[in-house]
Design a protein around this ligand. Sequence first.
Ligand SMILES: [Zn+2]
Length: 127
Amino acid sequence: MEIRITKRCICKVCDKQLENEKIIYIKSFRLHAQPFHICISCWKQINKLVEENELEEAVYGDSTKKKLEKWVKDNYKQYSTEWTYERSAGNDSDCFEDGYESGTSWAAYKVGCILGMKLKDPDWPEY
Ligand SMILES: [Zn+2]
């Protein structure tokens, strides 16, 4: 595999006719050493595709997704999404705890939706 200047050839990927241009020259050992010519722009696109895919896997790879799903399962408490301040009115510390739990539960529900998890619908507060 090397970079060559072609006199005249056709890019194996986009079928564009190339003349006196830089190409990626690949020799196939399987097809009787038939050379493949790929234009630089196609080559860049292929590499970009591979890089983006690798980046995506690194960011949203299996282990991270599994950790997030576990967090959602541990923190989504459907019953607590309907809580309002009235539930713990008159008890300051309960009010704080309940608000925290309810808010975390809502966040877990939304993260779960982004991950495409099947979750029970949240209970909405009744006013
Ligand atoms: Zn091409």
